[in-house]
Design a protein around this ligand. Structure first.
Ligand code: AMP
Ligand code: GLY
Length: 428
């Protein structure tokens, strides 16, 4: 099989690394890929085309059997459906179902319509009414821009001044462009967060192992939200009992609700959850693999991922019966970022020590913002590497991942020192 993998981040490196280990796979075409992907066996990186027609042309010219799409923007723009319409199998929902991630207003109304537990909310399309609501409801609230904003359009606000400032940025200053034409204002939930990712062919649902990411920049979960500074798997907060509830209360209503609404959801379904005792609420849905959760998940998967992806894409095989064999080991992924992240960063800084880190037992280094030039790996973005360690428990995995981090050096490298601390200090 020839698989085209779209994207250039750490999630895509982890996916390509896993996919290329499959005996079913002849070649993985990564578009555009990154410096680390270039060095993987069986992987070829290609320049990213501009238009949908060019994507289809590229897939046809390369004889691609299956397309796996990493980033949400392509899904929200309907690329998966376009491949399918051209007779090329693809993992991911059509644009009308990808709206579950592309529009927070759509997602919240969908959850309300189909009885999915989520924070109480109101939708506003004009600034004046949003301000009036905030003035009348002086309590902690969360303000969310409707459209895609690379994880930056969500403002948890402890007081009204903060919420008014968020509304000002989103609706008046249009900091996220048209994504801020509507906002969701919702109840501030307390509890512990966890991520759940499932595969679905539009009928059957298979849960992957649990994981948790760290969105905040600084140790102790302080500082601004980022694309993710690290992740670990499994997430101890998700007991087996809770996982079963997630399938029935969080994922099945999506697959069935979409069908009732005349849409079809197949692909990857990701739920960001808030768990407070026995109470389970959905913070958000994504329609793709999480980043950096995927980097912490896939090293734990002992079985082949490709039959599962093929079943999701309707290429044959029964998703219900596909083997998904998870190691009991824990995996921790520490993100090493460039100085200045999540703001503007310096690029083209040489990265040293990758070989030494990669040679360590039970560790694997996934590249994100890197490029490979003249025999050297250079930084090329905010999040540079996802350094992963496996171990019999989270403590050992933490030790292994930081052992690998300590062998890697680039000027201005920034990373958190406390990834997985919540799993370590948790009392169950
Ligand atoms: P989202 O992109 O909607 O998942 O939001 C990003 C982050 O904001 C989440 O991971 C939570 O940490 C926080 N958040 C979102 N919604 C709420 C809420 N209703 N209550 C508390 N925190 C929230
Ligand atoms: N780690 C959160 C996300 O992928 O959106």
């Amino acid at each position: 099989m020839r698989i085209m993998l779209i994207g250039s981040g750490g999630r895509e490196h982890a996916l390509a690394w896993k996919i290329r280990q499959s005996e079913m796979v002849e070649e993985v075409l990564c578009v555009p890929g990154n410096g680390g992907l270039k060095a993987e066996p069986k992987v070829r990186c290609l320049k990213e085309p501009g238009t949908q027609a060019e994507w289809l042309e590229l897939a046809r010219a390369e004889g691609v059997d299956l397309v796996v799409i990493g980033p949400e923007a392509h899904l929200v723009n309907g690329l998966a459906g376009a491949f399918r319409a051209a007779g090329i199998a693809a993992v991911g929902p059509d644009a009308d179902a990808a709206a579950l991630e592309g529009s927070k207003v759509f997602a919240k109304l969908f959850m309300r319509r189909h009885g999915i537990p989520t924070a109480d909310f109101q939708v506003f399309t004009d600034h004046q009414s949003a301000v009036a609501f905030l003035e009348a409801n002086r309590r902690p609230l969360v303000v969310k821009a409707d459209g895609l904003a690379a994880g930056k359009g969500v403002f948890p606000c402890r007081d009204t001044a903060e919420a008014l400032a968020a509304i000002q940025r989103i609706m008046q200053e249009r900091a996220f462009g048209e994504a801020g034409a509507s906002v969701v204002i919702e109840e501030f939930l307390e509890g512990e967060e966890a991520s759940c990712i499932a595969l679905t062919d539009g009928r059957n649902i298979r849960l992957l192992a649990s994981s948790q990411d760290h969105k905040r920049l600084l140790d102790g979960d302080r500082g601004p939200n980022t694309g993710g500074m690290g992740a670990y798997s499994p997430a101890p907060v998700l007991s087996q009992e809770l996982e079963a509830r997630v399938v029935e209360e969080v994922f099945r209503p999506v697959v069935e609700g979409m069908r009732k609404d005349g849409r079809h959801f197949s692909g990857i379904l990701y739920a960001g959850l808030m768990i407070d005792g026995a109470e389970l609420k959905v913070l958000e849905y994504n329609v793709r693999f999480g980043d950096p959760e995927t980097q912490a998940l896939l090293p734990r998967l002992r079985s082949d991922l490709v039959p599962a992806l093929a079943a999701v894409a309707g290429m044959g095989g029964d998703l219900k019966k596909v083997e998904l064999d998870w190691s009991e080991d824990a995996c921790v992924c520490v993100v090493m970022a460039s100085e200045g992240y999540p703001g503007p960063v310096t690029r083209d800084v040489p990265i040293e020590g990758l070989e030494a880190a990669g040679a360590l037992a039970q560790s694997v280094v996934f590249h994100a913002g890197t490029r490979f030039e003249a025999g050297r790996h250079l930084t090329s973005g905010g999040r540079v590497l996802g350094v992963c360690g496996l171990g019999v428990d989270v403590a050992v995995a933490v030790e292994r991942s930081y052992g690998a981090v300590d062998r890697i050096h680039f000027d201005g490298a920034f990373f958190r020192r406390d990834i997985a601390h919540r799993a370590l200090t948790r009392r169950t």
